[in-house]
Unconditional design. Structure first.
Length: 289
């Protein structure tokens, strides 16, 4: 077991700091974030131009390294070498918490594997900000991030969300927002409620709540601009309809044909049919040639 916790007040050599940055309003910058960025040896960022705006605000001149999806393997090794040499590094995203729909997972996994110290300097998150504004359940929620753009994977993800009873957080770019809203209406139903949150914490912040059909109409009248977060209310919990053994088997086969893994299809078919998973598995085994 590896223990690499602990986060003293002063920046420590050879330590990785995962630093949250404001999602729009620079007044949300905490003193601890400012101190950490001022004291670390290097700052790694997905977009160094966005980082430079923050550094200018803080009147800081720092050694900046690029860390993004396309160079993350090479950059991870570079950052690990610097950590082993006793250099302190802050990893930041363009806005909000690092790693949330942003690169950095490989680096953090490698830091754990190599027993190097790391900590988080917490701060704003667009997803949680939108969730708390939504009026939907905050006790149980799921973060979907950006939906896949490929048709097959996107369809599977949307099918999985049909019966999702937790509030769902989705990120989307403005040029894909209309298509995503159309897909949500098609798969989840126009009556499901949601919010569209735009430019959170900024001057032109806008949060609109309504049915998915109403939100789709709103977008048709208001061309998308800025950064968006969608929060979809969870599906209402309903008693699964009683199905015969034959109908439950058919549900399972349809899910497998749609691309679900056998394990996930078994679980979902059992939920839909009301038949226990073990019982449905036994039925399927008995029907196997």
């Amino acid at each position: 077991m590896t223990n690499i916790g602990g986060s003293g007040e002063e920046v420590s050599p050879g330590k990785l700091y995962l630093v949250a940055t404001p999602i729009g309003n620079l007044q949300d910058l905490s003193p601890r974030v400012a101190q950490t960025l001022a004291e670390v040896d290097y700052i790694a960022a997905e977009d160094t131009r966005e980082l430079q705006k923050l550094l200018n605000h803080l009147s800081l001149k720092k050694s900046v390294l690029s860390y993004h999806h396309h160079n993350r393997q090479k950059a991870t090794q570079q950052l690990l070498q610097l950590l082993h040499r006793g250099k302190s590094i802050a990893l930041v995203s363009d806005a909000g918490m690092p790693l949330i729909s942003d690169p950095g997972e490989e680096l953090v996994a490698a830091v754990w594997e190599q027993g190097l110290p790391l900590t988080v300097i917490p701060g704003p998150s667009a997803g949680l900000t939108a969730l708390t504004l939504s009026g939907f359940s905050c006790n149980r929620f799921v973060f979907e991030g950006f939906l896949p753009t490929g048709e097959a994977k996107r369809r599977l993800r949307l099918l999985a969300l049909q019966g999702e009873e937790r509030s769902c957080i989705i990120y989307e770019a403005p040029h894909r927002l209309a298509q995503t809203m159309q897909d949500l209406v098609s798969y989840l139903g126009g009556e499901r409620r949601g919010i569209i949150a735009r430019e959170l914490t900024k001057i032109y912040e806008e949060v609109v709540q309504g049915s998915l059909a109403d939100l789709q109409q709103h977008l048709a009248q208001t061309p998308p601009r800025g950064e968006y977060v969608l929060v979809i209310a969870g599906a209402e919990e309903v008693e699964p309809p009683a199905m015969s053994d034959t109908e439950a088997q058919e549900q399972y086969r349809e899910l497998v044909a749609a691309g679900w893994t056998r394990r996930d299809a078994l679980k979902e078919a059992a939920r839909r049919s009301g038949i226990g998973r073990d019982r449905l598995y036994q039925i399927l085994q008995e029907q196997s040639p």
